[in-house]
Write a protein that binds this ligand. Sequence first.
Ligand code: NAI
Ligand code: PYR
Ligand code: MG
Length: 616
Amino acid sequence: MAFFSFLLARRMCWPAASRGWRAFTTSEGSRPVIVHKRSLDILHDPWFNKGTAFPITERDRLDLRGLLPPNVMTPQQQIDRFMLDMKRFQVNARDGPSDPNSLAKWRVLNRLHDRNETMFYKVLIDNIEEYAPIVYTPTVGLVCQNYSGLFRRPRGMYFSAADRGEMMSMVYNWPAEQVDMIVVTDGSRILGLGDLGVHGIGIAIGKLDLYVAAAGINPQRVLPIMIDVGTNNEKLLKDPLYLGLQQHRLDGEDYLAVIDEFMEAVFTRWPRVIVQFEDFQSKWALKLLQRYRNTYRMFNVDVQGTAGVAIAGLLGAVRAQGRSMIDFPRQKIVVAGAGSAGIGVVNAARKTMARMLGNNDSAFESAGRQFWVVDAEGLITDERPNIDANTLSFARKAREMDRLGLREGSSLIEVVKKVKPDVLLGLSAVGGLFSKEVLEALKDSTSTRPAIFPMSNPTKNAECTPEEAFSILGEQIIFASGSPFKDVDLGNGKIGHCNQGNNMYLFPGIGLGTLLSGARVISDGMLQAAAECLAAYMKEEDVLNGIIYPPISSIREITQEVATAVIREAVAQYLAEGRPGMDTRDLERLDKEETRKYVKKNMWKADYPTLVYETV
Ligand SMILES: NC(=O)C1=CN([C@@H]2O[C@H](COP(=O)(O)OP(=O)(O)OC[C@H]3O[C@@H](n4cnc5c(N)ncnc54)[C@H](O)[C@@H]3O)[C@@H](O)[C@H]2O)C=CC1
Ligand SMILES: CC(=O)C(=O)O
Ligand SMILES: [Mg+2]
């Protein structure tokens, strides 16, 4: 993106800028200023840029539709947003994650991203452990919550409910001829922070930063997208400085019509693109996945990526007990949270157990008895009124629960006391849900090394902190949280290791493997291969020490391995259609090492290329 814009700007900048200067200095009232730029080049030109104040007619004239948030602001509102942000700076710095300067660091990195993409990604890649928590969880959550004030230069595209009927042409306003990777959100459930409306675009930007840093997807070919169908966040609806449509969310067929139109538009312009669905509320996440997954190259990272990372962690926790992975089907697992993430984990973990038990109906049935799922209304059983099909699939039989002293709606603490689980996994978005009492109850776990996975994001939504878990349950536990925590000093020279159980370990490799294999769709087999690859990555010695995921600093190497596994599975399942220079036959001929080299060769590196000027 940066180089493309740079070349265009060099070609067009001076004549337009000089005309602009005359117009500004002579205060010629309503006489129009002639510009020789369109699209992003206008937004990136400080002389002509009006940001969110471009009126709709001008957005259409200058190919700007979709490149700005939909709400048109007055110049005064723009200044109000800016001033609010200036004054809020100190408060936000204290309000956020454990690093009090995280928001300030985000601003510095964001400014670098705007002026020099290559350098930005070099800094990110070389310091990924330090800056992933800034561009991604937890800080990205704080950024989305304050996006109205932080918004400077737009990044990505906005398709709104007001654009119905226009999306097929709007998509051509994006200047890149090739787009490999789109991350799209409708802002309805950003991390565990709820409906943040159009401000949720920050999460799509953060995920794509990781696609570039970890998977080496070319930054000129990534596109963050916000689909603004309104918001049900009353605070935003009342905020005059909110950047999105000030209306309640579309629902039902109206909602589906917008998403359908969007999918058709992006796949018409870029037929080989991969679309990652991110942070859609559970109500739609599973439905949209079923609707599109057999037609388009898409996946839902919260449902499918999280499941893979959780399974890899759960297998690690079995190994940490000194047992073989094949013992996984004996683990008793209590899951708090039955949203898109929780359902994704339970379904995939159950299938993994069933495969280990013989892969037939009775194996699947028996695997189902290893899970107890608790949501806001307590333990889910088949006596739950108005239960939907997705939830019914893992609801426990009330009759069986009775024998354990449990019933429909039993509380989390009752469930932990009665089940004595090997694993307690949280995807509830409720900070502190694993209270002192719950953790105390886990002392009776039948496992020698109980696993505690408070996977909700961002940090303040984690079900417990590592300090709480290690102090109550001792050094033997296996701990993995969705957002990063520091290791805990347990005294007497011992360290309580904090793993980060986050889908960031898998989605870059799933995307890269799909891209390089040219797979038509993203199959369960490809996702399973990714999860198994991550599980197998860990050495026995580390796992026995409670380290079940690799260090983030090696994310590029992990991603290369995951992408290799995904490509090989796509080839094995006859889904790989190849790409220019590597067709299906070529892919079939590659052995594992050659596939690995093919992946490495195609990962973008943050090095400056030589630029030459050419007239059109
Ligand atoms: N670590 C990771 O890689 C990932 C983490 N997540 C996190 O998972 C969380 C949930 O995401 P979704 O499933 O999409 O959200 P959601 O809002 O759809 O689901 C939350 C679930 O938690 C349940 N819940 C609420 N209060 C509860 C309580 N007191 N006890 C037990 N359950 C309770 C709700 O009934 C619901 O079933 C978010 O915080 C998100 O950041 C999501 C994806 C990946
Ligand atoms: C990590 C992630 O995708 C989430 O918390 O939603
Ligand atoms: Mg997510």
